[in-house]
Design a protein around this ligand. Structure first.
Ligand code: NCD
Ligand code: ZN
Length: 367
């Protein structure tokens, strides 16, 4: 009886239950650029105080100047009354200059740097072909306390796509953690029991983000009655046993696991095609989605740690002073996620499209 969805635990909250928590941060998001940025930035800023913004634009964000300019475009795209702070990242390439990383970090532009193995995912062609080329960059980052964010999949086509994360741990990550034992590393959007075990056993300088979709779906969701392009992302969703391991990790209270949506919008026509893009757009209902999972696991009391405390502690940043409120909806009043949203003339299909979510985000308390 594998790959089956589980039913809610009996200790789920009663309809009408309100919860308040410190305003969360999103430690992994794709905000894109241009018209798409203008359309999607507000969804993230509405729920999250800060977000680690991925640098995989075309061309990628590889310099301090490019990150500064991108940060300004993000601020211009966020509603003026919002106190959202984008935290910028540098896209690592084979020839990245350690001095550029250090300067960006010192000037408060680069919070972290992102490692994409070349060809691993969307807009990763300029990524790293051989991690050994980055030894000097990693030494510098280790020295200055700048986190390394890792897309943890091997790109070897001989490795089954569902095994690429586990293979990355064996072939790359375990050595990286050993060679740079003081480097802060975030294993982004983990999708496997192997990754959960690796993180739990690693030192305090190694952590992981977990997306709402990997907590909600297993790989069957991509094939439910036909091919479902809006359930396709990278790393791809795995078997049910992996989803359950992720739910246990997220709701465990272990400070090494924290919220990172990996919200990755693509126009519907770029996903509903012969070779569709990888990425799930979950920003509009991200907190509701996480609340649903924590409620089903009887762990609402741990949502704040996962969403608002563990991330800042790992990054060495203050926790947010503002608080947000979520309410468990009475069934008939449960908010329904729209089938589509428009974005600069394009159509976007959000995660949970058409579904009624059991939780409603009521916004910042007192705002
Ligand atoms: C991301 C994107 O579209 O930029 N896609 C995804 O499936 N998650 C890239 C990434 O984070 O791998
Ligand atoms: Zn991502």
């Amino acid at each position: 009886m594998n790959d089956r969805a589980t039913s809610p635990k009996p200790d789920a909250a009663a309809p009408g239950t309100r919860i308040e928590l410190r305003r969360p941060d999103d430690w992994h998001v794709h905000l894109r650029d241009g018209e798409m940025l203008k359309a999607v930035a507000g969804y993230t800023a509405r729920q999250f105080a800060r977000a680690i913004v991925m640098p995989n634009l075309v061309p990628p964000v590889t310099t301090v100047a490019a990150a500064r300019a991108y940060r300004e475009r993000i601020m211009a795209a966020v509603p003026a009354d919002n106190s959202f702070t984008p935290l910028m990242t540098c896209y690592l390439t084979d020839d990245i200059a350690p001095a550029e990383l250090e300067r960006g970090h010192a000037e408060g532009v680069f919070t972290a740097a992102k490692l994409y193995p070349a060809h691993a995912t969307t807009n990763s062609v300029a990524g790293v072909t051989d991690i050994r080329k980055l030894a000097r960059a990693f030494e510098a980052m280790q020295r200055i306390g700048m986190p390394l964010l890792v897309h943890g999949e091997v790109t070897d086509h001989a490795v089954d796509v569902f095994d690429r994360e586990a293979a990355f741990i064996e072939r790359v990550l375990s050595r990286l953690v050993g060679d740079f034992s003081g480097l802060k590393i975030v294993f982004e959007h983990v999708t496997t029991a192997e990754a959960v075990d690796f993180i739990a056993a690693a030192g305090p300088n190694v952590a992981a983000t977990i997306t709402p979709h990997h907590l909600e779906i297993n790989r069957n969701a991509m094939f439910a009655g036909g091919i479902r392009p809006h359930m396709y992302c990278l790393p791809v969703a795995k078997r049910e046993r992996h989803r359950l391991a992720l739910r246990r990790a997220a709701t465990s209270g272990d400070g090494k696991f924290f919220l990172g949506t990996d919200s990755a919008p693509h126009a519907a026509r770029a996903k509903e095609t012969a070779c569709g893009c990888a990425g799930i757009f979950n920003a509009p209902f991200a907190l509701e989605s996480y609340a649903k999972v924590f409620d089903e696991e009887g762990a609402l009391d741990r949502l704040e740690a996962f969403a608002a405390l563990n991330g800042p502690r790992f990054y060495g940043l203050p926790v947010n002073a503002q608080r947000v409120r979520l309410v468990k909806a009475v069934a008939a009043e449960a908010p329904r996620v729209p089938d589509t949203l428009s974005a600069g003339g394009e159509r976007l299909v959000p995660f949970h499209a058409g579904a009624a979510l059991g939780w409603r985000y009521e916004g910042i308390v007192g705002a």
